[in-house]
Design a protein around this ligand. Structure first.
Ligand SMILES: Cc1cc2nc3c(=O)[nH]c(=O)nc-3n(C[C@H](O)[C@H](O)[C@H](O)COP(=O)(O)OP(=O)(O)OC[C@H]3O[C@@H](n4cnc5c(N)ncnc54)[C@H](O)[C@@H]3O)c2cc1C
Length: 414
């Protein structure tokens, strides 16, 4: 069998900042009213002209949310670009929401573990699960999206909604297994956007609201590429039973400041790969330390396409940062090697961006403990965008989006 072309000339763009910026430039004219009217159509993997396809770049922060917002504002103004800007802010809302409720991520991981245990004990469930992830259910549309995900690491937003809805309500599979499959195979796999979108489809996120995939909607928004038999899909979407109550919002941790008198290293991870905009020009940077492999996104391992994207993004981020500060980039995967890399450059302080709730943070917290125990200082920065927006994620998106104009003014976007 021939290998799929992992990064075809089409979209998403190659896993580096240059390709991301080039796509941003090309898509900017379409960020206005054209985006609002066309974005819901899934035209297929060969035609992503109606959406930016930049989510994996934003996920790795090869390109910043603020850069997307500024491009849309400059070209179209807030009113005409409202829809595009709101979509960018949905991502920020989900991240802020999870940041304020870390127990939801912990509950997801516990439930996922139980679901995999059930799969290992129940042969019928295991067969249904495998048929779904391998695209062998016989359901038109669903099987094609399952294959597309494995081959490209990407699905259109509407396809993600249909897929999740069919997974939960037609195939009657545990939602956490679907969320795990997406998180490990999407090149933009993000703990907050993914977990909370799956919860939203299943009726766990917004009380009384679920998402039902309808055959007519699939046919319309795929322009007839798929026309499933209506009788093959669940006729209704009753909300999943809530296992854990939604916790009240906690607090957002403030960003820390590096000590400019200490020789330092930039300590990268795969969620923030634009160290050139970390605001550390006044610090004595001696080297860049980065893992050559991305952080885990689930026990069953990262999908090959997603792994290759993140690995290439890490390399790109490390080389750019090294070039910007005129230092060397050291690939170090184990914590012991990272400590050694710091020591051999006489570094006393590691500067990083604090990862949001999710697998990267889980790994980083463990590593940080050992690094600090070795006598090195670790400083966690936070981006102005996150610091300004996350506190507004206390309730629903409606309240959150009303804050957008004021936050943009504070951030100097206009
Ligand atoms: C079940 C499910 C799982 C999802 N899992 C992820 C995930 O793991 N990672 C992820 O980045 N997105 C996820 N999304 C959101 C959304 O599908 C993708 O962000 C979007 O399809 C990316 O395509 P794009 O870059 O062309 O978006 P565009 O339409 O061009 O939007 C611009 C940017 O806005 C953000 N965005 C757009 N739509 C959404 C949305 N609905 N929610 C949050 N952010 C959005 C993305 O960063 C995107 O790059 C999920 C949605 C669903 C329904």
């Amino acid at each position: 069998m021939s290998q799929p072309d992992l990064f075809p000339a089409a979209l998403p763009p190659a896993p580096d900042r240059k390709a991301g910026l080039s796509r941003l430039k090309a898509f900017t004219p379409a960020m206005g009213r054209a985006y609002a009217s066309a974005r819901n159509f899934d035209l297929g993997p060969q035609d992503r002209s109606n959406i930016s396809c930049l989510s994996a770049h934003v996920r790795h922060r090869l390109v910043q949310e603020a850069e997307l917002a500024q491009a849309a504002l400059s070209a179209h103004g807030l009113q005409a670009a409202e829809k595009f800007i709101q979509e960018v802010c949905w991502r920020t809302y989900w991240k802020g929401w999870l940041e304020l409720r870390s127990a939801v991520w912990a509950d997801y991981k516990a439930e996922r573990e139980q679901a995999f245990k059930a799969v290992s004990e129940d042969q019928a469930l295991a067969q249904r699960y495998e048929a779904a992830i391998e695209g062998r259910t016989g359901l038109e549309g669903f099987d094609a999206w399952a294959t597309e995900l494995m081959q490209t690491g990407y699905l259109h937003n509407h396809a993600r909604m249909w897929f999740a809805s069919i997974w939960i309500f037609t195939l009657d599979l545990p939602w956490v297994l679907g969320a795990d499959h997406f998180l490990r195979h999407l090149i933009d796999g993000d703990a907050a956007s993914n977990t909370l979108s799956w919860r939203w489809v299943g009726g766990l996120q917004t009380v009384g609201k679920t998402y039902l995939a309808r055959a007519s909607n699939i046919e319309k928004y795929t322009k007839g590429r798929f026309a499933p038999d209506p009788a093959s899909l669940a006729p209704e979407a009753p909300a999943l039973p809530s296992v854990h109550p939604v916790p009240s919002p906690g607090a957002i941790l403030p960003g820390e400041r590096p000590d400019p008198s200490l020789p330092s290293a930039l300590w990268l991870h795969d969620e923030d790969l634009h160290a050139e905009s970390w605001g550390v020009e006044d610090v004595d940077i001696r080297c860049v330390i980065y893992p050559s492999s991305p952080a885990s996104r689930g026990e069953a391992g990262l999908g090959e396409v997603a792994r290759r994207f993140s690995k290439a993004a890490l390399e790109d981020g490390a080389q750019r940062a090294a070039g910007r500060f005129g230092v060397k980039a050291v690939a170090a995967d184990s914590v012991a090697d990272q400590i050694e890399a710091a020591r051999s450059s006489n570094v006393r302080q590691l500067i990083t961006q604090r990862p949001c709730q999710g697998g990267v943070r889980d790994e980083r917290l463990k590593a940080q403990e050992r690094i600090e125990a070795s006598g090195l200082r670790v400083v966690s920065l936070t981006r102005d965008w996150d610091q300004a927006f996350h506190p507004f994620a206390t309730k629903g998106f409606f309240k959150f989006k009303t804050a957008i104009p004021d936050v943009f003014t504070r951030l100097g976007l206009n």
